[in-house]
Design a protein around this ligand. Structure first.
Ligand code: ZN
Length: 141
């Protein structure tokens, strides 16, 4: 399986205002909306064909997303690729000299492994790798 786009994440100041465009205006269906306390953000996921759009809003000024918003304003935050094996991709990228944000894969509360590649190594875009068996998004299963 080759990597596919899992989601594209956009930082917003006001989640409801963003939803009024992406959900109400464009008709994208919201599949999830929740607070992620460990990241200091509130997120909403919208289905867009095979992939999804993630809207994220910082909840506290200390979060990385809050610093991003303050420095660069609203906009593209990261692109996430679904991969079969995060650890394997990390090893391959490290071997090729890429800078990763963690040594080991991170694990979210649902038990899914993920990792980030530094924008310096991904030509200016923060890249997330998300482990999905068979390359399908959870919603597609
Ligand atoms: Zn993401």
């Amino acid at each position: 399986m080759s990597p596919s786009i899992h989601h594209i994440a956009i930082v917003v100041r006001d989640l409801d205002a963003a939803l009024s465009l992406y959900r109400d205006g464009l008709g994208l269906e919201m599949s999830d909306r929740r607070v992620v306390p460990e990241e200091g953000v509130e997120i909403a996921f919208l289905s867009a064909g095979e992939g999804e759009i993630e809207l994220l809003r910082p909840l506290d000024a200390e979060s990385g997303v809050a610093r991003f918003l303050e420095k660069r304003g609203e906009g593209l935050h990261h692109i996430c690729l679904a991969v079969e094996d995060v650890a394997e991709e990390m090893a391959r990228l490290k071997e090729a000299g890429a800078q990763l944000l963690s040594e080991e894969p991170r694990v979210n509360p649902e038990g899914v492994r993920y990792a980030f590649v530094h924008p310096k190594s991904a030509h200016g875009v923060l890249l997330e790798l998300y482990q999905v068996k068979g390359g399908r998004s959870p919603q597609a299963e």
